[in-house]
Design a protein around this ligand. Structure first.
Ligand code: ZN
Length: 238
């Protein structure tokens, strides 16, 4: 017996009300409704965002979440990147650490998205550890580590000769002279911010002193993800 209902769902993002036809008797929906969550999720795309409507056993929209498509750009940038890291790490082709030297929240958003993708794509018995403190985030997959945080004594204790550095040029002057044996060094900077603060002169100094393998101007977390992806592709995919 079919149990067709019209479910009303309101999207807070664009203030639009959706009418969704749902057959509550369908097997897939019944399975969700009888599960632990007790709700059935339906996703719909609205212009620059998508919504997920959670429908309960009475046919009511219990909750409506929206996701900006900007996050999807982040997710797709991170997914392809994660697959490259995973493949190389699982074949044990790469040893060492990928350092992301920054204390900028935009970098943290990127690292968290990367950790989620790595976690979702690794089999349960794979060695994968996550360490998160107020100063840094550290992931380990077999012989490969990914570090985000300041270039402090902890970061320096992780160094090997095969490391890849992504360094955010900010107002902090860090003891970069210690980065000598690294495999590659990439510079990330937010030119708009630097001009605002009158610190753009540091850019030339850095390039002259450290001769980075690549430089990337960023505004958003997605720019950071795409820049790091591009750099890693150049290193690990040949
Ligand atoms: Zn909407």
């Amino acid at each position: 017996m079919s149990k067709l209902l019209n479910v009303q769902a309101y999207c807070e993002r664009c203030k639009k009300t959706e009418q969704i036809a749902v057959d509550l008797s369908s097997g897939d929906i019944q399975q969700h409704l009888s599960s632990h969550s007790g709700v059935y999720p339906i996703s719909l795309t609205h212009d620059d965002h998508s919504i997920v409507v959670f429908i309960d056993g009475n046919g009511a929209a219990r909750r409506v979440n929206y996701i900006d498509l900007v996050n999807q750009r982040m997710e797709s940038a991170v997914s392809s990147q994660a697959s490259i890291i995973l493949k190389a790490a699982l074949q044990e082709k790469i040893h060492g650490t990928m350092f992301v030297i920054s204390q900028n929240p935009k970098f943290k958003d990127f690292i968290i998205a990367l950790g989620q993708v790595l976690n979702n794509n690794l089999s349960f018995d794979e060695e994968f550890s996550i360490e998160s403190t107020k100063d840094h985030v550290l992931y380990k997959i077999r012989n490969y580590s990914i570090y985000l945080g300041p270039f402090d004594s902890f970061a320096q204790s992780l160094m090997t000769k095969n490391d890849v550095f992504f360094y955010e040029l900010s107002n902090l002057d860090l003891p970069l002279k210690k980065i000598k044996n690294r495999k590659s060094l990439f510079l990330l900077y937010n030119l708009q911010e630097m001009i605002k603060q009158g610190t753009q002169g540091k850019l030339n100094d850095f390039i002259l002193n450290y001769k980075p393998d690549g430089i990337y101007d960023f505004r958003t977390s997605e720019d950071i993800a795409e820049a790091i992806f591009k750099a890693l592709e150049g290193i690990y995919v040949s």
